[in-house]
Design a protein around this ligand. Structure first.
Ligand SMILES: [Fe+2]
Ligand SMILES: [Fe+2]
Length: 171
């Protein structure tokens, strides 16, 4: 599947789902973050042979019930609850339990062996660079995401002119 098709799929998901997302209007975790994670999650799904539509919808909904850009500890659970109703309504053909389990666990700081879950968790962690955080390769579950992370970090280092050894390694 070409990237344009995944982008179009994410746009369709956004048109249907964005009006229900409480994170609308947030700076760091608003609709543009959902859109980027949806597209990246879909691309990872294609790379690992998982269902692209599930990955895109899951990516778009993973922070859908966030209320602020701070330490909203309830947002994975709240987002899974809101996502369940939206998936049952708009995407009843998808595996709702598997998707909602992935959303529920996305902020737990773990890695996973489930390839669909990995697409979301890795896509969200690859997004950490938008807030200037280092991507910890040990917290990525797929080889393809590790490759992407190395590329993103080296281009960031080039832009910032920072030598590799002083880039902080936070989890
Ligand atoms: Fe989140
Ligand atoms: Fe997120």
């Amino acid at each position: 599947m070409i990237k344009d098709k995944i982008v179009e799929m994410a746009k369709n998901a956004e048109d249907l789902l964005a009006p229900f997302c409480t994170c609308r209007g947030l700076g760091l975790h608003g609709i543009s973050h959902l859109r980027r994670v949806a597209i990246l999650s879909g691309r990872l799904a294609e790379a690992v042979g998982e269902d692209v539509e599930s990955a895109v919808v899951m990516g778009f909904l993973h922070d859908c019930a966030r209320r602020n850009d701070g330490n909203d500890l309830e947002h994975p659970h709240d987002s899974a609850v809101l996502a369940r109703g939206l998936i049952e309504r708009f995407f009843p053909h998808l595996e709702v339990d598997r998707i909602c389990d992935a959303i529920e666990g996305h902020a737990g700081g773990e890695v996973t062996t489930d390839p669909l879950t990995a697409c979301l968790w890795d896509a969200d962690r690859l997004e950490l660079k938008r807030i200037g955080r280092t991507i910890d390769l040990e917290l990525l579950s797929t080889k393809v995401a590790k490759r992407l992370a190395r590329k993103r970090m080296s281009s960031l280092r080039t832009i910032l002119k920072v030598p590799e050894k002083v880039v902080p390694q936070s989890r």
